[in-house]
Write a protein that binds this ligand. Structure first.
Ligand code: KG4
Ligand code: ZN
Length: 337
């Protein structure tokens, strides 16, 4: 099926066309980072309004990229949750309405299902089953992926997401939003071992994470030490997060026996994390796999792909425009079910 995908769950406006059996025909991502930077974080209402401004022109442009007319779209998939409710409603309203106008089926897609299936956009995707570590600004999760719609959440963050923790600590260090990558660059010039921050939850069984305490520890250390300590502090903070993620991912690989660890989400760009994940995977007799960077961060290609699998199996959204700020991944089942 030839599916138009729309993603507006947070601060990226994205559109893609994906065709089952053929692959991706076109995709565009517009990131609102500049709009939110002055506020030090995403402002939900500004995000919604910008999606309204950009979505229709981006749909036109992406259809042109794909070389197809509106009449050749066979289904529309839009992110229906989880995310910022106002932002989600823009994509859901536009997607549902266009599908009605064009006389094609529509479907609301789970944003995290998109991330979990993103490796399937690559020419040689890892085969099912695989373990997925999702580390973004909004989510930190370890999920056992047995197939499309067959997900077992092994663990997740009980408070801040890993990217959120990076961004909040970066802000304390005076770095502009989003500060994760900037903090990592600062950390590269810092000395290891000067700050030994807690590795949250490593002493406990299970695969859940907690990162909010780490931010407080960083704040206290910063107050005591002053600006001269910034690089060492960034290094210690990065090591604590990376170590926590890597150790839990390693334990999850051992517990499940999976041979591939898929890493998705913006924090997956962190080089220290990549290196440590490669080590723990090798120790468990597994390997790491990363979707290319543009499919790791928020995009509509993954939404179109996930939507195509379900639309082709006969799933349909009702005529109502439905979006959910919260939507547990465990509510999903195999396509067509
Ligand atoms: O998946 P993503 O693009 O989108 C959202 O969650 O919206 O992830 C963005 C997150 C931000 O928190 C950003 O600071 C973080 O990924 N990030 C990094 C690095 N690059 C991006 N965190 C640590 N190290 C990096 N190199
Ligand atoms: Zn995302």
């Amino acid at each position: 099926m030839r599916v138009l995908g729309l993603e507006t769950s947070c601060d990226e406006t994205a559109v893609a066309v994906y065709e089952g059996g053929r692959g991706l025909l076109g995709h565009r991502v517009y990131t609102q980072t500049d709009l939110h930077e002055v506020w030090g974080g995403v402002v939900p209402e500004l995000a919604s309004r910008d999606h309204v401004r950009r979505l229709l022109p981006m749909i036109r442009a992406t259809l042109a990229d794909a070389g197809i007319g509106a009449g050749e779209v066979e289904g529309i998939a839009y992110t229906a949750g989880p995310g910022l409710i106002g932002a989600l409603l823009v994509g859901a309203a536009v997607g549902r309405s266009l599908a009605y106008a064009w006389g094609v089926p529509a479907l609301g897609v789970h944003h995290l299902e998109g991330h979990l299936l993103a490796p399937r956009l690559e020419p040689e995707p890892p085969p099912f089953p695989y373990l997925a570590l999702l580390v973004s600004g909004g989510h930190t999760m370890l999920v056992d992926v047995e197939g499309v719609g067959r997900y077992r959440v092994l663990g997740e963050s009980l408070d801040d997401a890993a990217g959120e923790a990076f961004d909040k600590t970066a802000k304390l260090l005076g770095l502009p939003y989003p500060g994760g990558a900037k903090l990592a660059r600062l950390a590269a010039g810092g000395r290891p071992g000067v700050y030994d921050f807690p590795r949250p939850m490593l002493d406990r069984p299970g695969f859940d994470f907690s990162f909010s305490g780490l931010k407080t520890a960083a704040l206290l250390a910063l107050k005591a030490a002053g600006p001269a300590a910034h690089a060492d502090l960034a290094r210690g903070f990065e090591e604590a997060i990376v170590e926590t993620l890597a150790v839990k991912a390693g334990r999850a690989l051992a517990a499940t026996g999976r041979e591939v660890l898929v890493v998705a989400g913006g924090v997956g760009a962190n080089e220290r994390l990549r290196a440590r994940l490669a080590e723990v995977a090798a120790r468990a007799g597994a390997r790491t796999a990363y979707p290319r960077a543009e499919f790791c961060t928020d995009n509509a290609a993954m939404i179109a792909l996930a939507g195509e699998a379900r639309l082709a199996a006969g799933e349909r959204a009702p005529l109502a425009v439905i979006a959910r700020a919260r939507w547990p991944l465990t509510e999903l089942g195999p396509p067509g079910g």
